[in-house]
Design a protein. Structure first.
Length: 211
């Protein structure tokens, strides 16, 4: 039996394909501490690459299956995260010893307060770490269920489909790019961290200007 590392995108895709995408994205989108360490961007983008075939090699994954599983995992995970938040999210966050989780939860609250529910729920999907705690925090803050469902669905579908299609586009235009999945994942990790770095730089500027 092949050992599967849930933190490794290539391992998940090789073992489970589109179903692996659904399960991991579901967990990352809503299971708080569990999902905090799972790949999101770094799973969807390579999955899209593997959906692209070439003249001498058929696609390893079916694009429609990956798109469907990614959307279902993102939206269903977001709803479960919201329910977790409604039924004890604050207590769960208070009990965690992870500083990264607590910091992300504080940033999620700030994002909801700064941009409003709709915009924050869409933007938050594209920010690593933040998207895992955003939905439970929204539940803990009693964001109206109808508003949450609408905008987290919009954000989840946009995020999941855009990343898969971006990977598919690259795989279709660059021959044998799937042979370089590990370096590709590293590039996606760096790019996905840019929003966090930009926000940290802005916070630093705001603190300096307030001194």
């Amino acid at each position: 039996m092949i050992a599967v590392n849930p933190l490794n995108s290539a391992s998940v895709l090789a073992a489970f394909g589109a179903i692996g995408v659904l399960v991991v994205i579901f967990a990352e989108s809503g299971l708080l501490v569990v999902g905090f360490f799972l790949p999101g961007d770094t799973l969807l983008f390579p999955a899209g690459v593997l959906c692209a075939g070439s003249a001498d090699q058929p696609p390893r994954l079916a694009l429609w299956q990956v798109l469907l599983c990614a959307a279902v995992g993102a939206v269903a995970g977001g709803q479960v995260g919201y329910l977790i938040g409604r039924r004890g999210g604050r207590a769960l966050l208070a009990r965690t010893s992870s500083r990264r989780v607590k910091a992300a939860a504080a940033r999620a609250e700030q994002l909801l307060a700064r941009y409003g529910y709709g915009k924050a729920l869409v933007i938050g999907r594209f920010v690593p770490l933040l998207r895992t705690v955003l939905h439970p925090v929204a539940g803990a803050l009693d964001v109206p269920a109808r508003t949450f469902t609408l905008w987290q669905t919009v954000g989840g579908v946009l995020w999941s489909q855009l990343l898969v299609l971006a990977g598919y586009s690259l795989g279709s235009s660059v021959p044998h790019i799937d042979d370089y999945l590990l370096p590709l994942v590293a590039v996606v990790v760096v790019l996905s961290m840019l929003p966090l770095l930009v926000e940290a730089w802005r916070d630093r500027r705001r603190r300096r200007s307030g001194e």
